[in-house]
Design a protein around this ligand. Structure first.
Ligand code: SF4
Length: 440
């Protein structure tokens, strides 16, 4: 392998926005140590998989991908393969048995050790770094992000909740908030680099508490929106039990904070929410929705749903369908429950809902939510909305794709506009997921 290639790396990112933000940190750490990003995996001497462990199929996907990489390594003997992120943190060194192709493992708190892991492999040994570090926030590292329009800015890492189905506490460790000064410095740099939108990231941003100023998330969001008033500000993910009136009033009070709240509910049944250890009832959830709508009448709401959790009855499922009909979310991420070894549910509950029932319930949830999304988007036809153009549309180079501040996807005729432009668009048609239009 040429020296030039052996010095090049390529990162495949799987899973959530936090993993995308971490890949930008890993890129910066490797570039700092003299490595060069490759355009694609064929040009790289080092390949890194940044993995997700949230559901079984996420792990299966990596197992398949490792077979492909094993084939590449047979042709390219000194290709180095590292696996990072949530799967190695979750499976620890056992993951080496998943494939002989794996040379090193790195957990979400150990990316500063990547250069030394590569050196160890080059010295002839497999290597791993899987310690949790409750103080690690990668302060001082300027992430090298992909894209030029929207940027993810983590404001905290880890999670102190223990939702029964969730692996995050076991893969990302205890919660720690980034210093207020660190977040402000990062958003200034992002704005100076020309980004047009920032998404503040955390597993549960509502429990943010600045270690240097004790400011809560509402305070941080307000400060960020004033620091970069020309950028759109989004945030995710909120936990219903921690969302506050102060936060909703901050969203209402600042023109550049997007009018969208993603509030995972998971189930419409308080009994199931109890089994999930979510820390709130469905009545309390409905009160938070009513609070948000009382302060911001046209607030856009989206959610997460799990069908077929342990012990879920048909009545519980009907309560979930009723909740969707009552609240009419703009959109939802919908999955059926899959057991994650080591979680509270795996240790204390029986996965007793048969797969065909899980899948049937999930399909009913999807069908109902898609019908609601289609109706809500249809209501937007004939209106003019402001869209931040993000990229060329996959459909044609003559169209751009972007999102409204309410997080609705819009595809519109280009007419000389470029990604990064804020465009007023007349909506001419809608599907259940996308609005289509032309500049007004
Ligand atoms: S809040 Fe619950 S679901 Fe979200 S990351 Fe934390 S443990 Fe997982």
């Amino acid at each position: 392998m040429s020296t030039e290639r052996s010095n090049k790396f390529y990162i495949h990112t799987f899973g959530c926005q936090m993993n995308q933000a971490d890949s930008a940190i890993m890129t910066a750490l490797l570039v700092q140590d003299g490595y060069v990003p490759a355009e694609n995996e064929q040009d790289a001497g080092i390949i890194l998989l940044n993995t997700c462990a949230v559901r079984e199929n996420a792990v299966e996907r990596i197992e398949h991908y490792l077979q492909h990489l094993l084939g590449m390594k047979r042709k390219q003997k000194d290709l180095i393969l590292g696996v990072a992120g949530c799967i190695p943190q979750y499976q620890r060194e056992e993951m080496f048995s998943m494939s002989p192709a794996i040379d090193f493992l790195a957990g979400p708190d150990t990316y500063r050790t990547l250069p030394s892991l590569i050196r160890q492999v080059r010295a002839g040994t497999r290597a791993s770094s899987l310690e949790f570090d409750p103080a690690e926030t990668y302060e001082g590292i300027d992430p090298l992000r992909q894209g030029a329009i929207t940027a993810y800015v983590p404001v905290m890492r880890g999670c102190n909740n223990m939702c029964a189905y969730c692996v995050v506490p076991f893969t990302r460790g205890r919660e720690r908030s980034h210093a207020f000064s660190m977040v402000l410095e990062e958003v200034r740099k992002v704005a100076a680099s020309g980004y047009r939108e920032i998404t503040l990231l955390g597993q549960n941003v509502n429990s943010y508490c600045a270690p240097d100023t004790a400011l809560d998330f509402a305070g941080l969001l307000d400060a960020v929106s004033r620091e970069v008033p020309d950028l759109r500000i989004r945030f995710t993910t909120s936990h219903p039990k921690d969302i506050s009136e102060a936060l909703v009033r901050t969203i209402a009070g600042r023109p550049n904070i997007c009018n969208h709240i993603h509030l995972p509910v998971q189930s419409g049944s308080s009994r199931v929410l109890g089994l999930m250890n979510r820390g709130h009832t469905i009545e309390e959830y409905r009160e938070k929705i009513a609070l948000a709508r009382s302060i911001i009448p046209d607030v856009s709401l989206s959610t997460d749903l799990i069908a077929g959790f342990c012990g879920e009855s048909e009545e519980d499922h009907q309560l979930t369908l009723q909740l969707l009909s009552d609240i009419r979310f703009d959109a939802a991420y919908m999955f059926f429950y899959s057991t994650r070894p080591g979680t509270l549910a795996a240790r204390t509950l029986e996965d007793d809902v048969p797969d065909p029932v899980k899948k049937r319930r999930l399909q009913e949830i999807i069908d109902l939510q898609n019908a609601i999304s289609a109706e809500l988007l249809q209501e937007a036809v004939g209106s003019v909305v402001e869209v931040l153009a993000e990229s060329e549309s996959k459909r044609s180079a003559g169209q751009l794709m972007g999102r409204t501040e309410t997080n609705r996807a819009v595809v519109f005729d280009r007419q000389g506009y470029q990604p990064g432009d804020l465009v007023r668009v007349l909506i001419t048609s809608a599907t259940s997921a996308t609005l289509t239009g032309t500049p007004a």
